[in-house]
Design a protein around this ligand. Structure first.
Ligand code: NAP
Length: 502
């Protein structure tokens, strides 16, 4: 391992060499937090041509974040002038790029660097990049995200279609929508947004809905008032921080209604039902749009346009199961042929892959596929038995949908920084979470998932192949407590493995 710069950074310490995989929200939060904590030997490897992760790859028409912009930002980089209360995807990508530039994180960044493998050497990690280069690191941090690998369903005949098939997560710039007959498959947040965006342009839009979603009305198009931007621009950083804390506190409502049955949950669910009743007056269409599971069970969809779009004269809801794709369109199980020019797959992601298909090998050659044979699991979202000096940020059981992602990523990065500081202070060379500690945590998670709304009988991307819910079932205070000071009893902490450092 290259030891040339080990003595940098901290007085008398050795600077840990850290490689972060991914420059999306999690990777940027991690790099910024570690830099803030005084660590300088950071390399961020990003396979895309720009930063932003899901916000770089997703460019489909109508892409809007369903988390209010003032909450969908880092605590260390407030943006006073979001254009809308719910920002468009492009603006979020620009914000992430801007944060990287402003905090001078770009010098740590290698774009177009896809990590294909990483192996634990006994004292650190050797990382292989697709271009054939390798890097050595004391610590490896996987900030590879959840909504990363687009899911393409295995529909018979899909490759025989004469027109174009487009996945929303890989939207090409040159696709024509105007006056086309368009099929959209999928009705998650993406499907709902893209139907709303394409319906006004299409000559005909058929929305193939295998399972209807509850769609709550929210003012997705509302501009952030200029006076608010001006005020926020003037307030000092401490006031920004206070505002952020208030918003975090308020967002606790979401964790509360999803994790525990209560009148508050029932009220939110009643609102979802009211939205459908109110916006779809036609009894027959309303019946067809009514899900057979509880609101909030799947990731809640917000929209102020979908019901209007699907009721439009050129739009059609198709619930009959898809039998196959033909050269001319889609044949459904009721024998109908739906002739279309363009098929849009709004079919989501393989959300539980995390760093896979990367060839990740931990101690004694253990592969991540072996370690996760029964599904992805990590101690407190970040540490995996058998994988010393490796941490995940927004890893398994992260709170996609109940607690701010940015908050969770920053908190996890600060937790990791505590371990790095101990490495820097020569208190340890390697650290690995124990199997019993990980099992204990996973048992607590399993018990806490019981009363969550995600566990009330729907199929969603929150579920792993094994049928367990891959989410954070606790509140924010518990997260802060669990990712506070590391508990040594849960770890194997080894010293004196690296003699040339002493
Ligand atoms: P998703 O929620 O996983 O939805 C995938 C959709 O594809 C579902 O309706 C699913 O139907 C359908 N589908 C999958 N395979 C199919 C098949 N073989 N035949 C017919 N239908 C099929 O994916 P997503 O909409 O891309 O959303 C993923 C997550 O991304 C969201 O939950 C959200 O967290 C995030 N997101 C956020 C925003 C935002 O900020 N507004 C926008 C987009 C995405 P079933 O329900 O029957 O399985």
């Amino acid at each position: 391992m290259n030891r040339s710069n080990l003595e940098g950074g901290h007085m008398g310490g050795r600077e840990p060499k850290v490689v972060i995989i991914g420059a999306g929200v999690a990777g940027i939060a991690t790099a910024a937090t570690l830099r803030e904590a005084g660590f300088t030997d950071l390399t961020v490897l990003e396979k895309g041509t720009d930063v932003g992760g899901v916000w770089h790859w997703n460019r489909y028409p109508g892409l809007t974040c369903d988390v209010p912009s003032q909450m969908y930002q880092f605590s260390f980089a407030p943006k006073p002038d979001w254009s809308r209360v719910f920002a468009p995807g492009e603006e979020i990508q620009r914000y992430l790029r801007d944060v990287v530039d402003r905090l001078d994180l770009a010098r740590h960044l290698r774009l177009g660097a896809e990590v294909v493998g990483a192996e634990f050497t006994g004292a650190g990690w050797r990382i292989s990049v697709a271009d054939g280069s390798t890097l050595e690191a004391d610590f490896l941090i996987a900030a590879t995200g959840v909504l990363h690998h687009p899911f393409t369903p295995d529909i018979p005949g899909l490759d025989t279609f004469a027109g174009r098939v487009v996945h929303t997560a890989r939207w090409p710039e040159d696709v024509t929508m105007r006056d086309r007959r368009i099929a959209v498959i999928g009705t998650g947040s993406t499907g709902v947004q893209i139907v709303s965006a394409l319906q006004p342009e299409a000559s005909h839009l058929a929305h193939f809905v295998r399972t209807p979603q509850w769609v709550m009305w929210a003012p997705m198009g509302l501009r952030q008032p200029a006076v608010v931007s001006a005020l926020l621009d003037k307030v000092p950083p401490a006031a920004h921080r206070a505002l952020y804390d208030v918003l975090l506190w308020a967002s606790g409502i979401l964790a509360d209604i999803t994790t525990r049955p209560s009148w508050r949950r029932r009220l939110a669910q009643e609102y979802a039902r009211w939205c459908l009743r109110r916006q779809v007056p036609e009894p027959e269409l309303r019946r067809r749009l009514t899900p057979d599971y509880q609101p909030l069970c799947k990731r809640q969809v917000l929209s102020n346009t979908y019901y209007r779009a699907i009721r439009a004269g050129n739009a059609e809801l198709v619930e009959a199961p898809i039998e196959r794709v033909t050269p001319r369109g889609i044949r459904t199980a009721d024998g109908r042929e739906h002739d279309v020019d363009l098929i849009v797959l709004a079919t989501g992601f393989q959300a539980h892959n995390y760093m896979r298909p990367m060839n990740l090998r931990g101690r004694d050659g253990l592969t991540i596929d072996e370690a996760w044979a029964k599904g992805p699991r990590a101690y407190r979202m970040t540490a995996i038995p058998g994988f010393p000096n490796l941490f995940t940020v927004l890893g398994p059981n992260s709170p996609t949908g109940s607690i701010s992602l940015q908050y969770s990523a920053e908190l996890t990065a600060r937790y990791i920084a505590r371990w790095l500081a101990r490495f820097r202070d020569r208190e340890l060379d390697t650290v690995e979470v124990t199997e019993p500690a990980a099992t204990r945590f996973n048992d607590q998670v399993a018990a806490a998932l019981g009363p969550t709304v995600w566990n009330t009988g729907c199929n969603s991307w929150y579920l792993t192949e094994e049928g367990t819910v891959d989410l954070w079932p606790f509140d924010r205070a518990t997260m802060a407590e669990l990712l506070g000071e590391p508990d040594d009893r849960d770890f194997l902490v080894r010293q004196n493995l690296i003699p040339d450092r002493f």
